[in-house]
Design a protein around this ligand. Sequence first.
Ligand SMILES: CC(C)(COP(=O)(O)OP(=O)(O)OC[C@H]1O[C@@H](n2cnc3c(N)ncnc32)[C@H](O)[C@@H]1OP(=O)(O)O)[C@@H](O)C(=O)NCCC(=O)NCCS
Length: 335
Amino acid sequence: MTGLRQISVGILGTGSAVPDVVLTNKQLEDMVETSDEWITSRTGIKERRIAKEDEAASDFAYKAAVEALKSANLKPEDIDLILVATITPDMLFPSTACIVQDRLGASEAAAFDLSAGCSGFVYALEVGCQMVRGGYKHVLVIGADVLSKVTDYEDRSTCVLFGDGAGACVLGEVEEGFGILATNLGADGSGANVLCLEAGGSRMPASEETVRSKKHFITMIGNEVFKFAVRIMGQSTLEVLKRANINPEQIRWFIPHQANIRIIQAAAQRLGLDDESVYVNVDRYGNTSAASIPIALDELVKMGKVEHGDNLLTVGFGAGLTWGSAIIRWQEDVK
Ligand SMILES: CC(C)(COP(=O)(O)OP(=O)(O)OC[C@H]1O[C@@H](n2cnc3c(N)ncnc32)[C@H](O)[C@@H]1OP(=O)(O)O)[C@@H](O)C(=O)NCCC(=O)NCCS
């Protein structure tokens, strides 16, 4: 395929899936030295969903994808490409996207995973959008993570933060002036050590020693991530608003990555947005990484709160360090 078509690309349908099992702050009080009061006041999280032992990223990705296809009124064979943003794939290879492709029966689709931490969904949105411009008619973009599988439930500084789930959307052509109006992606690899999972790759393959020293779990310098997140969410959203030539007052819904209510509030304040236009579900799911933005979007859509012509502003940040923001003008009932 050569050349990019100058078409508008938007979201034709959404879906999401989370595990049934709920882990509350009260339950965490019995596992580590923490309190509901500490977790609530520092993060805004009250509970999160946790995958069962036999559940993996592709299980939630698949369920979210089925819903997204249904809401877009499309069949699996209509999908040309499946893109899964994840840092907790079922296995290192094959990709989780290939596992989802097989389960869906999306026989016409190419499939690959994308790794950009909690910014993964916004990265995948931009890649999917450009692939539609390149000639792929329908791209299924999924954010799926099960961070509980790589979290140390003896480490109170990380185990209270994360939860599991997946969100999905189908991208395709929409009317001119609608869809993804602008994006802003970025990375600063010098911050790799701030949030990482050291072992299990080619630098430090799994061994008895890596298991003993807990190197297969997330490590994080929390306050460094916090400072980075507050700074970058402000910067990236202001840049994407400029690119789309839109003022903050024209934003109907701000859908930020759900990591911490204090980070969300700081970003909303910087943009001058009132509480009523900020969507928050971190209290119910914690930080679900690449799944957090598409789960939030799907909830809003299912509640009927996104209307034709609404401008949505979304922004993510995470391991890498990475960040990404996008502005989407919603088109209802794309034919
Ligand atoms: C992790 C985070 C909630 C900590 O909040 P904070 O206000 O920065 O708190 P601090 O790191 O300063 O820690 C304060 C104290 O609380 C303690 N603490 C940490 N976790 C705790 C817990 N679950 N319960 C009780 N106390 C805890 C710390 O040990 C520290 O104690 P000390 O002062 O005796 O050393 C916050 O830094 C954060 O949200 N960072 C971003 C994390 C994130 O979003 N990661 C994913 C990015 S995609």
